[in-house]
Write a protein that binds this ligand. Structure first.
Ligand code: C2E
Ligand code: MG
Ligand code: MG
Ligand code: MG
Length: 289
């Protein structure tokens, strides 16, 4: 009886594993297809707000995959696979071109918006491409976007794989006059010593610290420490995942420079951004609290 049970268990396990593997394969095939057709990827744009002026200072480009049958697939569900298979390099090139092109169009369409910047997420595999510098330079040339309008968001994990190579690549990119921002700061496991060895201009405080600001006192202290660290190193700080007015008030009191989150606005399609830019929105009143 025990043996039969064991076998049944084994079969259930086995068929579940098989199901998982074939789902992954299906996803991979669909992703390759999407990459070839280039019609199913969309960029959404989330405003980044200056906590000093209450004005929108830029947007972060966030990819979505509009799958014909499955609907919108979030980046969390396909970026890891894209990284594993190397497809992220091509996807990333598409994202970079599309985001820079869009921002340049907005600069033309709304002449008072020329200060607006565009933040693009860059994965480790992309940075390690030997010609990443040429790729970025080419996109800037083709789209006409000024380098100082582009911010590349990187994560600590990319530094851990090969710090020396990462340092070389990042220095080349910084020499283009493009800014480098450290995303999800505080969640990685690397030592802090890299901070003054790399040309990073902004730390983005991870949402996990921001979301518990009102609830757990310790996290407020962590946020305070990150802001102080950044300012002492001549960097600016952006808080991600701001959802409440209380969080905005605390972050502003801590002199955090920029904020991003559902409290302001979620990631939006480009048409919605155009409505927003035409309205010339300002959050000054919220920031007086
Ligand atoms: P990220 O770069 O840290 O982006 C912030 C994520 O937080 C986004 O999720 C955004 O929609 C979400 N978010 C913003 N405000 C709030 C808030 O107030 N509350 C909550 N709960 N969430 C908020 P999204 O768009 O699902 O992207 C997830 C991650 O996928 C990104 O994290 C980034 O690491 C990656 N990603 C997205 N687009 C790209 C891309 O084009 N290339 C690469 N390499 N990675 C990307
Ligand atoms: Mg990001
Ligand atoms: Mg982030
Ligand atoms: Mg994050």
């Amino acid at each position: 009886c025990a043996k039969a049970l064991g076998k049944a268990r084994y079969e259930v396990f086995n068929s579940k594993m098989h199901e998982g593997a074939s789902l992954l394969l299906q996803l991979e095939t669909a992703l390759r297809h999407a990459l070839l057709k280039q019609e199913e990827f969309r960029l959404y744009y989330q405003p980044i707000v200056s906590l000093l002026t209450g004005k929108i200072s830029g947007f972060e480009a966030l990819i979505r995959w509009h799958h014909p049958e499955r609907g919108i697939i979030s980046p969390q569900d396909f970026i890891p696979l894209a990284e594993e298979t190397g497809m992220i390099v091509n996807i990333g090139q598409w994202v970079l071109y599309e985001a820079c092109h869009q921002m340049q169009r907005w600069h033309k369409q709304f002449p008072s918006s020329t200060h607006l910047t565009i933040s693009v997420n860059f994965s480790g595999k992309q940075i390690m491409q030997p010609d990443v510098f040429q790729q970025v330079e080419y996109v800037l040339q083709q789209t006409g976007l000024e380098p100082c309008s582009l911010k590349l968001e990187i994560t600590e994990s990319l530094l851990m794989d090969n710090f020396e190579l990462a340092t070389t690549m990042l220095s080349q990119l910084a020499a283009l006059n493009v800014e480098l921002h450290m995303d999800d700061f505080g969640t990685g496991y690397s030592s802090l010593s890299y901070l003054h060895q790399l040309p990073i201009t902004t730390l983005k405080i991870d949402r996990s610290f921001v979301s518990s600001i009102g609830r757990r006192g310790e996290n407020l202290e962590i946020v305070r420490a990150i802001v102080t660290l950044a300012h002492n190193l001549n960097m600016s700080v952006t808080a991600e995942g701001i959802e409440t007015v209380e969080q905005v008030a605390q972050l502003k009191a801590l002199q955090c420079d920029q904020g991003q989150g559902y409290f302001f606005l979620p990631p939006m399609e480009s048409a919605a951004v155009e409505v927003l830019l035409a309205a010339n929105l300002c959050y000054k009143n919220f920031l007086l609290v």
